[in-house]
Design a protein around this ligand. Structure first.
Ligand code: GLV
Ligand code: MN
Length: 259
């Protein structure tokens, strides 16, 4: 009787191990089956390499240097101690140390940035489509926050030594509260987190988003839209592409479209 119980116990334990293993295997199988995260905004597929270069313009990331030619200097970046120039409208400067500045990061899934703030400087509301961010305050005090997809604001004051995480894709900002300069160091879970500046994307796109879209979206008249666009005019080269709402009506397929 005692023996039988022991053998039942052993069988039950074995079953549990097999069950756990099958769950684990299944878990890893599912994880392995997923596609790698995109490393750029888009990558339109082509069947053949470019006739000009003989190679596709990009793969999902950048091409790798021949490992035999790689040297220690490829893994080093120097000058991250140099402050960014905050002499701009927002009085803050983000210096991104991503794949575009530091090729050794290719395929490694990490990058950094330093954010320099002049007194009361602002790192404008923006998001990173491809990465979460962890930011440490090295000098100064910042008012920082992010907004969730249901418009909840999480905000706080960060002092020297404080670290805050900004979840992937969510809009966030940092404002220097001090009369002195401030410095934050950010780390990202992508070699190329990307940055979408909310106002600049909407009002500084090239070409312009049509007035009909922006006036309706923001419930303001076209003069205000024009004024907001003007804030980003330095980026607004070649905005006149001949787009108009009338031309769009003409392209729409339904008979119901138009005035
Ligand atoms: C800070 O938010 C940064 O993106 O560097
Ligand atoms: Mn950021």
């Amino acid at each position: 009787m005692h023996k039988k119980t022991a053998s039942y116990d052993a069988t039950a334990a074995l079953c549990m191990v097999v069950f756990a293993m099958s769950c684990t295997t299944r878990y890893f199988y599912v994880a392995n089956a997923s596609d790698p995260a995109p490393l750029q905004d888009f990558c339109v597929a082509v069947d053949h390499p470019s006739p000009h270069t003989g190679i596709p313009t990009f793969i999902n990331g950048k091409f790798c240097k021949n490992p035999k030619e790689v040297v220690i200097n490829d893994f080093l970046y120097k000058g991250f101690n140099i402050p960014g120039d905050t002499n701009n409208t927002q009085r803050a400067k983000v210096t991104a140390l991503d794949i575009n500045r530091f090729p050794a990061l290719n395929t490694l899934g990490v990058s950094m940035a330093r954010v320099d703030f002049a007194p009361f400087g602002l790192n404008t509301p923006h998001s990173h489509p491809r990465a979460s961010e962890v930011t440490a305050v090295i000098e100064g005090s910042l008012y920082a926050g992010f907004i969730t997809t249901d418009n909840r604001l999480f905000d706080t004051v960060l002092n020297k030594g404080d670290v805050m995480v900004f979840p992937q894709g969510l809009i966030h900002f940092q404002l220097n509260l001090g009369k002195k300069t401030a410095l934050a160091i950010a780390a990202f879970g992508s070699q190329d987190p990307g940055r979408v500046d909310v106002a600049e994307s909407v009002f500084g796109s090239r070409p312009n988003i049509l007035d009909e879209v922006l006036t309706k979206a923001y419930q303001v008249d076209d003069k205000i839209v024009e004024k907001l666009r003007a804030q980003f005019s330095s980026h607004n080269v070649s905005v006149d592409t001949g787009r108009s709402i009338l031309k769009l009506f003409a392209q729409a397929s339904s008979d119901d479209c138009g005035y």
